[in-house]
Ligand binder design. Structure first.
Ligand SMILES: Cc1cc2nc3c(=O)[nH]c(=O)nc-3n(C[C@H](O)[C@H](O)[C@H](O)COP(=O)(O)OP(=O)(O)OC[C@H]3O[C@@H](n4cnc5c(N)ncnc54)[C@H](O)[C@@H]3O)c2cc1C
Length: 407
């Protein structure tokens, strides 16, 4: 009989894990707290590791990417205190070749596989997904795990047995809380806030696919341009005083954090767009650090296990990689669950630790902690920009000449 796994959470980590489990011959069942699948979402940089993991999971061909075409002079601008714009080094200019997507693009590609649509030229069984369902109690016995599940629609609770529980329920994971302990034991507070949303339209006088950076000590506003979609705004600020994200108006809190900067037209446009945006993400920033991601027959993946946070720009790539790694480990150790879960953790942990460490450095680029750091970052980035843009301009000229000759 096929072994059954309960996967908690229909995000990138949960769907990746379910695909990995299915490939390893398991039967995954996904439960999701929300009543329906979310779509859209904020801007995401996918690193090559994430693109490779998408290929390993067989979803790469279904992943819609939205990188704007590079043009001489670049597509990214930074705006100084006097409102003057100058070319900036965009994250997409990196030679490693990042992919620009919306979170919903990754989830849509994973969903196609989950629903059993054609993947890698073949078909797979659809994965059972139960919406509006959460685990309430997780009890491990000798031969399996018993989970008390609750259907939010009917209020009905029922018990079900599984061979494995995968907690993929995000940074504030309830599986982690129930099985490993309280949030305070694992969530490090980075004393910063994030707000992200889609702009209805680009900031006036910029190209639709331009990216714009307005960075000041302790607060920064980034507009990320896309090839075939309205840009996305990403606002962040450092604060000692982390508000209750559900208390009061998040829009008012963001406005207060950026007060004094709104004489800049970019800032004004973005804040006005926030008022009109149908939805936005507003949250405090944490990193999740755990000594172990598994105990017995319960294992964590994605933000639940190692949330690196938004500054790392690695959360979705590592979630895809985590799901693929879990599946590969179970495939390699079909008759020894403990060995499989150990292999999953041992194989992945060095990469996760490296990325978590580098997030602190990346944070300085996204939102400098002080004026000297801001000046230092801009000098270093400008030097790198000159080299990178020289190379990109040469490549652009060569490819234009080639296509001219072909015509
Ligand atoms: C503004 C912003 C920008 C980002 N930018 C990038 C980027 O550029 N590059 C990058 O790689 N990453 C980025 N990230 C991080 C990335 O989005 C996350 O790391 C990734 O989506 C985590 O996926 P996950 O599946 O682990 O968790 P989540 O996306 O949080 O999904 C968890 C799922 O579990 C469900 N759930 C929660 N509790 C329960 C429960 N009790 N029962 C059932 N279901 C439950 C939730 O509803 C949700 O569907 C960014 C994040 C933010 C907020």
């Amino acid at each position: 009989m096929q072994k059954r796994a309960l996967v908690v959470g229909l995000g990138i980590a949960g769907m990746s894990a379910a695909i990995g489990l299915r490939r390893a011959g398991w039967t995954p069942v996904i439960v999701e707290r929300a009543a329906e699948r979310r779509t859209g979402g904020y801007y995401i940089f996918m690193f090559p590791e994430g693109v490779q993991a998408a290929a390993d999971l067989g979803i790469a061909d279904h992943l819609h990417t939205r990188n704007p075409e590079w043009r001489p002079g670049g597509n990214s601008w930074s705006v100084d205190r006097r409102g003057r714009r100058k070319p900036a080094l965009g994250l997409l200019d990196a030679p490693s070749g990042l992919a620009a997507v919306l979170r919903g693009d990754i989830e849509a590609a994973l969903w196609q596989s989950i629903t059993g649509d054609v993947v890698d030229g073949g078909t797979e069984d659809a994965v059972e997904v139960r919406f509006a369902t959460t685990p309430v109690e997780i009890t491990e016995g000798t031969g399996g795990v018993q989970v008390l599940l609750e259907d939010a629609g009917t209020g009905k609770q029922y018990r079900e047995d599984f061979d494995l529980v995968v907690g993929a329920d995000g940074m504030r994971s309830s599986v982690r809380r129930m099985v490993f302990g309280p949030d305070e034991d694992y969530m490090a507070n980075w004393k910063a806030m994030i707000c992200a949303f889609q702009l209805k339209e680009q900031v006036p006088s910029y190209e639709a696919s331009d990216s714009i950076i307005v960075s000041r000590p302790k607060r920064a506003m980034w507009v990320f341009g896309l090839a075939d979609h309205a840009p996305c705004a990403w606002l962040t600020y450092r604060t000692e005083d982390i508000p209750d994200r559900f208390a009061g108006s998040s829009i008012e809190q963001v406005r207060a954090a950026f007060s004094g900067m709104d004489d800049d037209p970019v800032v004004r446009h973005v804040l006005a767009s926030l008022d009109e945006a149908p939805d936005h993400v507003f949250d405090s920033i944490h990193q999740v650090k755990m000594p172990r991601w598994r105990t017995g027959r319960v294992v964590l993946v994605g933000d639940a296990a190692w949330c690196m946070n938004t500054y790392s720009a690695m959360g979705s790539s590592s979630s895809l990689r985590g799901g693929a790694a879990l599946g590969a480990a179970l495939q390699e150790h079909p008759d020894d669950l403990a060995a499989a879960l150990d292999a999953y953790e041992t194989g992945l942990r060095p990469y996760i630790t490296r990325q978590q460490r580098s997030a602190r450095v990346k944070q300085q680029r996204f939102v400098p902690s002080s004026r000297p750091v801001q000046v230092l970052c801009s000098v270093v980035l400008e030097l790198i920009r000159k080299v990178v843009h020289r190379r990109l301009t040469a490549e652009y000229t060569a490819s234009s000449a080639l296509s001219g000759a072909a015509r």
